[in-house]
Design a protein. Structure first.
Lengths: 112, 114
């Protein structure tokens, strides 16, 4: 079973719109979460990390973590063309080797 | 721009050939990871190092894959005998430590095995 599940697989919004991406872990050892963004032809780049219950905001991006349900979401407001990319949720227990486990990703694009 | 430098960007090999790729981690980052990202964009952890020491590696890595991070030289990942199923994007990442640290990725080496 995939330990980190993401939904939806793909998502399209108009420019300036809002989007919500979801991620759930089935492994209760995973306590530390990241959202990564990967543009075509590039490696993934960390958007933000979230380790505590509640919201964390960075610019147009807000992450929300519920540790009890191991659910983390990413909300993008005022979507821009540069936001079109693959978005990955990643998690780690935070101990040992710091090895990240990634979800399968959400393909996010703007409706022209 | 990524500070993790991976070379080459593209690598084309025939089946059974060796394929070698290199990575220079971000300065001051002692922890290095190799991941494989397949055509479905799924990530597979291969191996990681702290300085020159292997921390974890998967079984696949122990057979045809070899990797090292020598002191004062780029890290490298080598596939001894390439197979078609090895065609993927190989990503190197580095991090400043081992406790809940962000991984910083390079742009990857795209391996195509014909």
């Amino acid at each position: 079973q995939q330990k980190v599940q993401q939904s939806p697989e793909s998502l399209s919004v108009p420019e300036g719109g809002m989007a919500s991406l979801n991620c759930t872990s089935s492994d209760r050892n995973f306590q530390y979460f990241w959202w990564y963004r990967q543009h075509s032809g590039e490696g993934p780049k960390a958007l933000m990390s979230i380790f505590s219950d509640g919201d964390k905001k960075e610019g147009r991006f807000t992450a929300h973590l519920n540790k009890a349900s191991l659910h983390v979401s990413l909300h993008i407001r005022d979507s821009q063309p540069s936001d079109s990319a693959l978005y990955f949720c990643a998690a780690t227990p935070g101990t040992g080797s710091n090895r990240l486990t990634f979800g399968k990703g959400t393909k996010f694009s703007l409706i022209p | 721009n990524s500070k993790v430098i991976q070379t080459p960007r593209y690598l084309v090999k025939g089946q059974g050939q060796k394929a070698k790729m290199r990575c220079i981690p971000e300065k001051g980052h002692p922890v290095v990871f190799w991941y494989q990202q397949n055509k479905n964009n799924e990530f597979k952890f291969l191996i990681n190092f702290q300085n020159q020491e292997v921390l974890q590696q998967i079984d696949m890595t122990e057979k045809r894959f070899s990797a090292e991070c020598p002191s004062n030289s780029p890290c490298s990942l080598e596939i001894q005998s390439s197979e078609a199923g090895d065609s993927a994007l190989y990503l190197c990442a580095s991090s400043p430590g081992l406790f809940a640290e962000t991984l910083y990725f390079g742009s990857g080496t795209r391996l195509t095995v014909l």
